[in-house]
Design a protein around this ligand. Structure first.
Ligand SMILES: *Cc1c(COP(=O)(O)O)cnc(C)c1O
Length: 469
């Protein structure tokens, strides 16, 4: 499989190189040159397969030529063996034809484990083969950091540095990162906000001289391998609800458009999906595009669903590329314009095309809490605030009651106690067994000033299993 950039100028890469790349050299994002397409018979024959075997069938075409089947199978078995629920991604019924796909049974209790548990193992495999080492520098406002550290902690050839804004992540989220020890794990609390952290990561990709020749790898969802891993659970859910003979709809709590883009790809690979709902919080750039064809940056608001607090949605470029007939020059033009501070609209027929599949809703904090309370009263299920936004959007935007509606349950409620308290359901939150002593564990973290040079000096001092690069 070959991968091409959404801006049309960077060289095509194979899977291995895409895994190790950040942005493409032309500033674009990598996408498969040709998407595999499965027949209905093929998809139907996968019903009842264990999760890792389904994962093998769905993802095999994407790694073809880079990872032999037998090795890929082993990697997938280990990856999804790390989940605490035997079904890996169980479906739970809320109402008649309404389901939550629980994606929070991985080590860090959010759906990001599906991709990052795999990413760590893929990196280790590929780097071992090549005899190389890499450094990861990632920024997190919460869930990505712990999932990335959990995914990479056993990697022989990876040193991981995660930047989080000092005193601005929840205690559960901080402890999920800082209580993991290893000479290749480095937590850095930056005296600044999340944007400061993200800017430092971007600047480090742009000028990597401080790494003395060691390669920098991306762990955010610009990394293709993350999107790829998320395609699988759309097939997994649909197969349990009568797919592919029957079509299914999904409502997806969205920030960077990564998770929902995976659903769009599943549909293009042959899975009958009737409707994809973009569910955002008050940071609603995607909703403004879907409802009014305006893609314009606005100020950032802190919400009760912090993992979706974004101003710009990086993976949206991947959808735009398809909407523009895969014309890289057109995307480069739109993005340049956007960068200059302008927003954009797309031509009417392109927007209409998108709206055939996508609907959207923006849900504020008050509605989020109301939904948590409502669902708890109706079903006894306690939702996390992100999932609650998905439920609200599903109920508002649903096109057909006859088609099963699956809401992606992106996190365990215990990660977001503030929202659950505000919802007033009065149920005590309990950490799952493997994290029950989280609040007693020792922490390890370095506080650094909001200064790029200080951070880069720290990385080059510790980037080789705690020793200088
Ligand atoms: C990251 C995250 C999201 C948003 O996912 P995107 O792929 O950025 O759209 C939603 N919910 C939770 C709990 C998350 O951690």
């Amino acid at each position: 499989m070959r991968y091409i950039s959404t801006r049309g100028q960077a060289p095509a890469l194979n899977f291995e190189d895409v895994l190790l790349a950040g942005l493409a050299s032309d500033g674009g994002l990598y996408v498969p040159e040709n998407l595999p397409r499965f027949t209905q018979e093929e998809i139907a024959s996968w019903a009842g397969l264990p999760y890792h075997e389904l994962a093998f069938r769905v993802m095999r075409p994407f790694v073809a030529g880079s990872i032999p089947d037998a090795d890929f199978k082993k990697i997938l078995e280990a990856t999804y063996g790390a989940f605490s629920h035997s079904a890996v991604a169980p479906l739970r019924q809320l109402n008649g034809n309404e389901w939550v796909l629980e994606l929070f049974h991985g080590p860090t209790l959010a759906f990001k484990d599906f991709a990052l548990q795999l990413l760590g193992r893929l990196l280790d495999y590929v780097l071992e083969k090549r005899g190389e080492r890499v450094v990861i520098v990632g920024a997190t406002s919460g869930d990505t950091g712990s999932a990335a550290i959990e995914g990479c902690k056993h990697c022989e050839n990876v040193d991981i540095f995660i930047l989080h804004p000092h005193n601005r992540v929840s205690e559960v989220q901080r402890r999920q990162m800082t209580t993991l020890f290893g000479d290749n794990i480095h937590n850095i609390a930056i005296e600044g906000n999340f944007d400061d952290c993200q800017e430092m990561v971007k600047a480090s990709f742009a000028d990597q001289s401080f790494l003395k020749g060691t390669r920098l790898v991306a762990v955010n969802s610009i990394n293709w391998a993350r999107i790829m891993a998320q395609i699988v659970y759309y097939f997994h859910a649909a197969l349990q609800l009568g797919g592919p003979a029957r079509s299914v709809s999904f409502s997806v709590p969205t920030g960077n458009f990564g998770d929902i883009f995976a659903g769009y790809l599943a549909r293009n690979m042959g899975l009958p999906i009737n409707q994809l709902i973009v569910a955002t919080n008050r940071n609603d750039i995607l909703h403004r595009f879907m409802s009014g064809n305006q893609y314009v940056k606005e100020t950032l608001h802190a919400t009760l669903s912090p993992s979706m607090d974004i101003m710009v949605s990086s993976n949206f470029e991947r959808l735009l590329f398809d909407l523009h007939g895969r014309n890289g020059a057109a995307i480069a033009g739109l993005m340049d314009n956007f960068k200059q501070g302008g927003g954009f609209s797309v031509e009417q027929e392109r927007w209409t095309e998108a709206r055939k599949l996508f609907d959207s809703l923006a849900v504020d904090d008050a509605q989020t809490c109301e939904t948590i309370a409502e669902v708890f009263a109706q079903t006894g299920e306690l939702l996390d605030p992100h999932t609650a936004i998905g439920v609200k959007a599903a109920r508002e935007c649903r096109r057909s009651l006859d088609i099963p509606m699956v809401i992606l349950g992106t996190a365990h409620p215990v990660k977001f106690p503030e929202a659950v308290e505000k919802a007033g359901v009065g149920k005590a939150l309990e950490l799952p067994a493997h994290l029950s002593d989280l609040f007693e564990r020792d922490e390890r973290c370095t506080v650094l000033p909001n200064d790029l040079k200080a951070v880069q000096a720290f990385v080059s001092q510790h980037g080789n299993r705690g020793k200088p690069l």
